[in-house]
Design a binder for this molecule. Structure first.
Ligand code: ZN
Length: 242
């Protein structure tokens, strides 16, 4: 059984389509780690495309904000504009879909959380000390998270610390027997200065993981963003991957 592990699509349909085309027929089911909407111009189209495939899905902080479960004050100005636009653009059907998503769950002996196992909607697992603390908050060997938009793996050490390592792309890596927190990166708004869409293939029979990147027509998404009046900073950043 192989899973297409993706996170943070952020209503970027062109990026999502490129990932699906690149990974075609190499997986059985999608595991989506949250933030389906927010920032990008195609929230309803991304909900519909995800629903065309067998999948499980989590809810992220942007999804929560669009559903008015979070105060907009907790977002920066540009993100606030994006959330407000998304609220107005979202169909009843898309809203109903987002409403029923959990923010964390356990699947095939993997813990899945949008942000972190400790705070599934909020915490950024960027630094090793935050990762180290989070190993206490899940019981499975591996935990998959999104939210930071940074592909990374944190490995728990015997001294209780965590060691981060950057992904090896296009390489099928056996999952070590140590405990890991793994982030596949973001489909729709990568922030590691590589603008290509990020995703991963997880094989739970052979216990392997593969980080991948794929080009997509960024200008298609940018044009749509400009047309709906998204802030320039949000339009620019997807071209530079930050
Ligand atoms: Zn996000």
């Amino acid at each position: 059984m192989r899973f297409l592990v993706i996170s943070d699509i952020h209503a970027n349909l062109a990026a999502f389509e490129a990932v699906l085309a690149d990974a075609k027929a190499e997986w059985d089911k999608i595991w989506f780690l949250g933030d389906l909407v927010g920032y990008g111009p195609d929230p309803n189209e991304c909900v519909a495309l995800l629903c065309e495939h067998e999948h499980i899905s989590l809810s992220g902080n942007h999804d929560w904000a669009v559903l008015e479960r979070l105060d907009l004050e907790s977002f920066n100005g540009d993100a606030r504009v994006a959330v407000t636009w998304t609220r107005s653009a979202l169909t009843e059907e898309s809203r109903a879909y987002l409403e029923q998503l959990p923010s964390n769950l356990i699947c095939e002996h993997f813990t899945l959380a949008h942000a972190s196992p400790r705070l599934p909607v909020w915490e950024y697992v960027i630094k090793p000390d935050i990762a180290a603390t989070n190993f206490k908050y899940f019981e499975t060997q591996y935990c998959l998270v999104g939210h930071t938009h940074l592909p990374i793996v944190f490995e728990q050490r015997s001294n209780g610390r965590a060691t981060p390592y950057a992904p090896l792309y296009e390489r099928v890596v056996p999952l070590p027997r140590t405990r890991l927190i793994i982030n596949p990166g973001s489909v729709g708004q990568p922030r590691d200065h590589d603008p290509r869409a990020a995703y991963a293939i997880l094989d739970v029979v052979n216990m392997t993981w593969e980080h991948r990147r794929v080009d997509y027509p960024i200008e298609v998404t940018q044009k749509k963003m400009r047309d709906i009046g998204m802030p320039h900073r949000l339009v620019d950043r997807i071209e530079h991957g930050w």
